[in-house]
Design a protein around this ligand. Sequence first.
Ligand SMILES: [Fe+2]
Length: 227
Amino acid sequence: MRLLSSRHAKLALLLCMPMLAHASTFELPALPYAKDALAPSIDASTMDIHHGKHHQGYVNNLNAEVEKDPRLAGLSLQQILEGVSAYAPAVRNNAGGHFNHSLFWHVMAPPVEVGQSSDALSAQIVADFGSMEAFKTQFSEAASKIFGSGWAWLIVTPDGTLQISTTANQDNPLMDTVTPRGTPILGLDVWEHAYYLNYQNKRMDYIAAWWNVVNWNEVSQRFALTR
Ligand SMILES: [Fe+2]
C-alpha cells in the first residue's frame, strides 16, 4: 500500500472517502444530515437530486476512467487532482466533481449546528479581508459573477493566507491546471443544478440563503489542519 502524507490522510479522513483508488473503489459518501435538514436554504428535492444523481454520476464516471487508465490505479483522489493535467478531460471533470461535492456536503450543516468561526480563522479572515462581513460580501460577489457553471472557494494559499477564488465547471484549487492553487476550506456550488428548482434564475438569493447553513465548525477545522 502506498504511504500517504499526513495532509493527504487528514483530508481523506475529513472527506470520509477511501484514500486509495483501486478500480471502482470511489464511492458516494453519505450525506452527514437528512436531505431536508438544510431547508429552507436548500430544499430536500434539490438535495436528493444533487447528491443522489449528480454526485453519484461523477463517482460512476470517475470509476469508469480509473478502469480505463492504469496510471490512476492506487492514487488517492487528491493525488489525481494534483496531477490532473496528465489525464483525460473526463478525469478532470469527474474527479473534480467527486471532490467538490464531497467537500460541499460537509461545509454545510443545519443552522442550529453551524457554530462559529474559530478565533484563529476569524483572525485570519480579518487580516486578509478586513472583517467577516467584508469577506462574505466579497465571496458572494465572486460567486455571483461566475459565468455559467462553477464554484467559489475560500482557499489557504501556500504562504498561509486566505484568498477567494473561482473555478469553472468542476475544477478546483488543488488541480495543477488551476490558478491560484491552495487548499480549499469552503466551497460554494453555483451550478444551476444546485439551486434552480427553488431559486430559478435568482442565484444571489441562493447565495444569501446559503450563508445560513455554512458549517463554521467544519471550515474552522479544515483551516486548523493547514497550520
Ligand atoms: Fe453540484
